[in-house]
Design a protein around this ligand. Sequence first.
Ligand code: FEO
Length: 409
Amino acid sequence: MYMKKITDNVFWVGKNDDRKVPFHRLILERGTTYNSYLLTTGKPTVIDTVDIAFAKEYVDNLKEVIDLNTIEYIVINHVEPDHAGALPALAARAKNAKIVTTKLSSELLKDMFKLHNREFIIVHDGDRLDIGGKILQFFETPYLHTEETMITYSIDDKTLFPCDIFSTHIANNELFNDLAAGEYIEDFKVYYKLIMGPHRPYVREMLRKINKLEIDMIAPSHGYILRENAHDFIRMYDEMSSLVDDASSKKVTIVFSTMTGNTTKIAGKLAEGLKESGIEPYVFNLKNSNLDEVLDRIQISDGVLIGSSTKYGDMVRNVEELLQALKNMEAKGKLSAAFGSFGWSGEGITHIENYLNDSGFTVINQKYLILNRGIDTPAFPLRIKFADEESLHTAYEAGKIFGEQVLTH
Ligand code: FEO
């Protein structure tokens, strides 16, 4: 009863959680499932586990269907506790199993669950693993929806195990989408919007990777296993992650002042990142720009990036003059962020952010990105000490993130 067959030598061994489940500050009214999979090949393999709350029940159930000592591999696609939560309990009983995961995930799992003495197999994009009768292939899918994530593909079964990706929060008993007792497509889309949507560029990257695979079935870690029309669900992700807005209609202004030229370089990299996201920004160096023209551009922009070097613990004077003038502008609904170079402590950048807040702009900073987008990348305020190659790449990535916020705001 517990173990349900998916396909040849592939079984569902998960947990149906029909409570109203608290999740990312929401309540999952329809519950959810934690889909764990057991592949009974020559080298038995578990793909993902279940929520930490059900760890004991999970291991007790699993030992009824397989001798845990024979498990060769435990694949962990994602470290959040609803999937990796039962790993310590399972690993303690499946003593011979090696844990297969990404490098970052291995570091997190070791620290989270005190698994420093455990054998890990670190996999990279495209790596394959022979599990005795089937070949698994792994693809890194960073930020879907956390940085360490990967997905697993069974070449022989033409089945994708993408963990959170392509999931739906429904405590279903029917297992397969073609047997669904009720409507679930809307829930599938809502899930995408809440969990994957904020990471749209990474969804596009993931789609590029899986488009090369032959996929008959998608076996995610929440909700229905998509064995009917699996490609319709890939197409839905494609459509939902395509830009809804015409990027060319969105406007961003970058304005800055610099002492040594480093802030100019940062502004240039921010502009490159914005162009990559599809937005051609207006760029003004205040030293040779007309203030009224700058204000006019900001007035018609959806987002503004303001930068300065830090001199004697403050911003460059003409940047403060601009910020004073912005106090009279209707800033509601405009996104903004501060950036700049510094040599010692970089107070000027913080002063810029304070001005933007006081003037009513929506300020993109770490707090905003974490709370609104689930992005744990400290993109803004963008504080760069001098300006070497590596830090300028950070500015390029920050430009992409800002562009993404403007496009999806
Ligand atoms: Fe289903 Fe990101 O956990």
